[in-house]
Ligand binder design. Sequence first.
Ligand code: IPE
Length: 269
Amino acid sequence: MRNRLYLVKFGGSLITDKTKPYTPRIDIIRRLVDEVKEGISMGFRIIVGHGGGSFPHVSASKYRTHLGFVDKDSRYGMAKVHYDAAKLNGIVVSEFLEAGLNAFSIQPSAIFIVRDGEVEDIFIGIIEHLLDYRMIPVVYGDVVIDLEKGCHIMSTEEVFKGLSLHLLEDYDINIIMCEIVDGIYTKDPFKFSDAEFIPIIDQGNIDEVRGYLSVSHGIDVTGGMRHKVDILFELAKHGINSIIINGLIEDNLRRVLLGEDVRGTRIKY
Ligand code: IPE
């Protein structure tokens, strides 16, 4: 039997204050770390990934890093975005260490090379060894080398995809996405009171859901959600199930790890 492996994302909007550049929400990071600790004590293998939130997004938009190398400042921008993303990673990892957990930072840019955003090369061995050592690899949204565009902003979801497709043979993988909403809605729930919650996304409604999410009401909530759903649905085709939950609600993550029923959007095939 394959071992169970959880990939847990701490959303960037959840662990930073998006309205204030470079502002972590330490209390939330600490609580999520404690909840992960329970999963570890159950003997699960866990990879944690986190978004960048208000750390790399400022420099990324200033230097238009998502477009690749576009002008003479792009290389400096790439370096700055990389530094800013790593800064938040340092904060997250230090909270894991405080909690006595064997968290080990892995820079996605040091293990992935992509071509036009698609993984061309990956050095998966480090992650496999860390999991064998019963350590917690901590990855994050990073800027990586792109053989076509110069550089590419690789979101945590893309990192999860790259990792899972290479770990699938050995592990039974489940993804838990901790965000600031309960899951996917028919409209942006922050703006529309008639937004309806979607508990399950599968073959039966994926096209309909894509339709809801393409009518984007904001980069972070719905635009971002479309990207997440597309990747998670693709992974579902490989038997990797996901759930998007509200990480602002205490114990949600812990309960999912313990196999309890939690409100969230489940993505399966
Ligand atoms: C963004 O990563 C990383 C950079 C801008 C370098 P994510 O896409 O995973 O982050 P959030 O969750 O949207 O903040």
